[in-house]
Design a protein around this ligand. Structure first.
Ligand code: GDG
Length: 458
């Protein structure tokens, strides 16, 4: 295959020895880049203040060239915090009520995409394959085409794509949809997201579905598909097995004193349904007196995007809620909810997944949700736990052995927790076995290969 060029908002530089291993996505993209040789371009995460950013910071590691750019303070504010995180993120997670439109931010979003195109174009060779990631960079292909690039360009959206009536509340929805028509392949997480996209094109009268997964809009023909992102299943399973002897994991095991552990792991984000989940846990405890002092719910929630006011507010709300529930149902020798508001190391995380009787993954809306897949991969085959999973996570399209819940239904979720805690070993093994078999076959390498195969054949 030709050289691969990956573009994403943020770039994961290779790990230094001693660092915790990177997540599945970074590992898979790095592996694909190593294999084909290539470039990974993106924002450094740093601001150049009021000054124009310096030329690209090029770093060579093995077969991969990392090309990083800073952004001005205004660009970070308008493109990243403004349009990407305060408009596209809420709209794609069906939260029209949280979207804050502003012409300035929209202009900033398109301007930074043009800036990326101008930085990237000189690096591109004629038969390079370009793979662009996520909602920050939708208009990038249009900008590159404008500059005359004829390369194969693919796009993968990591978050959900909403139905037409939600999308159309966004003033520039048509430009955004048009932006996607400049790709050769547009990939979504699930069949539902793809169907929403096609439905939007048809409803707006700007496109159509043709034979063989092809779509047409604005006079261009391109392919639409779905490719469920995944994890390095076999490696993560091995990792979790080893992690059981990690000192922190052993301490955690001791400290739950034989109680059943329920685990939740999410970036602090309103899409993850954390407050509804705490309500469901409280309801479970109140309606199951036999489980008083018999369960511990551990919620690990590293801060994210703290500079956005809604996130800062949510941080306070979740902490207060956990405190209130502990005050109401805890006893002198039992703290029902342990809430950790910072990131923990990956080995400890893997070991805690394995220790937990229930993986509680109940987002209100999620593109895929890798925590659900990691929880499954981490289980002990002889004594696996139960995954309680929101039907609104992309992962629910695949993980049929989970107990699927509607996270808005507090009593329903509480009942699923009770069912999971009481589930006999045979049923747990059967459900887990089905999910693990699926994940071993559909791992992150498969996701990457399937996408690139379709892109190169598109
Ligand atoms: C977006 C989409 C889609 C979390 N806390 C800690 C920690 N994590 C790791 C998890 C997991 C990752 O972060 C979170 O991935 P998710 O997929 O669950 O969610 P998003 O961050 O929202 O990701 C999502 C994904 O993109 C990929 O396409 O699945 O739908 O929203 O790997 O393990 N890792 C460590 N400490 C923590 O405290 N080490």
């Amino acid at each position: 295959m030709s050289r691969l060029v990956v573009v994403s908002n943020r770039v994961t530089l290779p790990q230094k020895s001693g660092d915790a291993p990177a997540g599945g996505l970074a590992v898979a993209l790095q592996a694909a880049l190593e294999e084909h040789g290539g470039i990974w371009m993106g924002w450094s995460g740093k601001s150049s203040g009021a000054k124009e950013p310096a030329p690209l910071d090029m770093q060579q590691h093995g077969n991969i060239t990392y090309a990083l750019t800073d952004l001005t303070k205004t660009d970070v504010e308008e493109y990243y915090h403004g349009f990407a995180n305060r408009v596209l993120w809420p709209i794609c997670h069906y939260r029209m009520d949280l979207a804050e439109y502003g012409r300035k931010e929209m202009a900033g979003y398109f301007r930074v995409n043009r800036f990326f195109a101008h930085k990237l174009a000189p690096l591109i060779q004629e038969d390079d394959i370009i793979w662009i990631h996520d909602y920050h960079l939708i208009p990038l292909a249009a900008e590159l085409r404008q500059m005359g690039l004829k390369n194969k360009i693919g796009f993968f959206l990591h978050i959900p794509w909403p139905p037409a009536d939600v999308l159309f509340t966004m003033p520039v929805h048509e430009e955004i949809m048009k932006g996607l028509s400049y790709y050769d392949l547009v990939g979504f997480q699930t069949d539902h997201d793809l169907a929403n996209f096609v439905g939007g094109l048809i409803r707006e009268g700007i496109g159509d579905a043709l034979e063989g997964g092809k779509l047409s809009s604005y006079g261009r023909t391109f392919k639409g598909g779905f490719y469920s992102i995944s994890i390095e299943t076999a490696a993560f399973a091995e990792y979790a097995k080893k992690a059981a002897s990690n000192i922190m994991v052993r301490k955690a095991k001791q400290s739950v004193e034989g109680r059943d552990l329920i685990i939740g792991v999410d970036r602090l984000d309103y899409s993850k349904g954390i407050t509804q989940r705490i309500d469901a846990f409280e309801h479970f405890v109140k309606s199951n007196p036999a489980h008083h002092n018999r369960v511990t719910y551990l919620q690990i929630t590293p801060k994210s995007r703290s500079e956005v006011p809604e996130y800062e507010q949510m941080q306070r709300m979740v902490a207060e809620q956990a405190g209130r529930v502990n005050g109401a149902i805890g006893t002198v020798d039992w703290v029902p909810i342990r809430y950790i508001n910072r990131s923990i190391g990956r080995p400890v995380l893997a070991g805690l997944y394995r220790l937990a009787r229930i993986g509680l993954v109940t987002p209100l809306r999620d593109g895929m949700n890798l925590v659900a897949k990691e929880y499954v991969a981490a289980q002990d085959p002889e004594n696996p736990g139960v995954l309680v999973l929101s039907r609104f996570a992309g992962a629910a399209r695949e993980l049929r052995g989970a107990l699927l819940v509607n996270p808005y239904d507090i009593e329903g979720t509480a009942n699923a927790i009770a069912r999971g805690i009481n589930m006999p070993l045979e049923e747990r093994k059967e459900r887990w076995g089905r999910m693990m078999e699926h994940l071993l076959e559909h791992d992150v390498t498969r996701w990457c290969d399937d996408f690139l195969k379709d892109l190169t054949g598109a």
